[in-house]
Ligand binder design. Structure first.
Ligand code: COA
Length: 185
């Protein structure tokens, strides 16, 4: 495990129109999209990106790192009856990868979900071969709930989806967690 010198400084803000073209370019990079949903395996055009980046959302935030837009994160599929939402993250700027940013953003969203949005449980999932996603979820305190077998066809084989979650009391118990190493605006 790499010891990063310090959690990267980042900013989470409302998405803007000028993010959409950049996000469209991220979606043209197979290394970014390979472990995203099936709809991202087909060409993602500007109007698709527009609908995603600026469409109605419960909690969708642009990630800024070193002053530039590098991705999108959020909490979606909000279930008010049960206090549950689903975490997602896409860092499309590969110069921002493997620097601890995904981990820091995941921790920030978990904190926001429980502290600011009153959630009881945050769920998420990732394709089993997506090691970076597995790492950030584990470091943000998610535990594995189960596996959905052979959910997607990637790189010539069927791959499993790993279902993970974190409960409010687990987040509260994460002693000395540097949960908000960036800023939320
Ligand atoms: C998944 C994602 C958010 C991770 O963000 P990130 O900023 O690179 O994450 P971090 O740097 O905090 O942590 C990633 C860790 O995984 C490790 N890692 C990445 N790929 C790896 C691999 N193939 N094998 C082993 N370790 C790997 C990195 O080395 C790093 O660990 P380290 O800190 O010990 O060096 C980002 O890669 C991304 O958005 N990918 C495209 C979209 C996507 O897959 N989203 C998630 C869908 S569930």
């Amino acid at each position: 495990m790499t010891t990063h010198p310090a959690p990267p400084s980042f900013n989470l803000r409302a998405p803007r129109y000028d993010d959409v073209g950049i996000y469209t370019a991220f979606m043209a990079d197979p290394q970014v999209t390979i472990w995203l949903e099936d709809r991202c395996q087909r060409p993602v055009h500007f109007h698709h990106a527009l609908a995603f980046v600026l469409g109605e959302a419960w909690c969708r935030l642009a990630i800024e790192y070193q002053g530039r837009f590098v991705g999108i994160t959020g909490l979606e599929d909000y279930d008010p009856c049960n206090g549950v939402a689903r975490f997602f993250i896409v860092i499309g700027d590969r110069d921002a990868s493997n620097r601890g940013l995904g981990t820091a953003v995941a921790r920030a969203l978990v904190s926001k979900g429980f502290r600011d949005l009153g959630l009881r449980k945050i769920v998420s999932n990732y394709f089993a071969p997506n090691v970076a996603s597995k790492v950030i979820h584990a470091r943000a305190g998610f535990s594995e709930e189960g596996v959905q077998r052979q959910v997607g066809w990637r790189r010539g084989e069927w791959v499993d989806h790993v279902l993970v979650s974190i409960l409010r009391e687990e987040w509260q118990g994460l002693a000395a967690s540097p949960s908000l190493s960036g800023t939320l605006s």
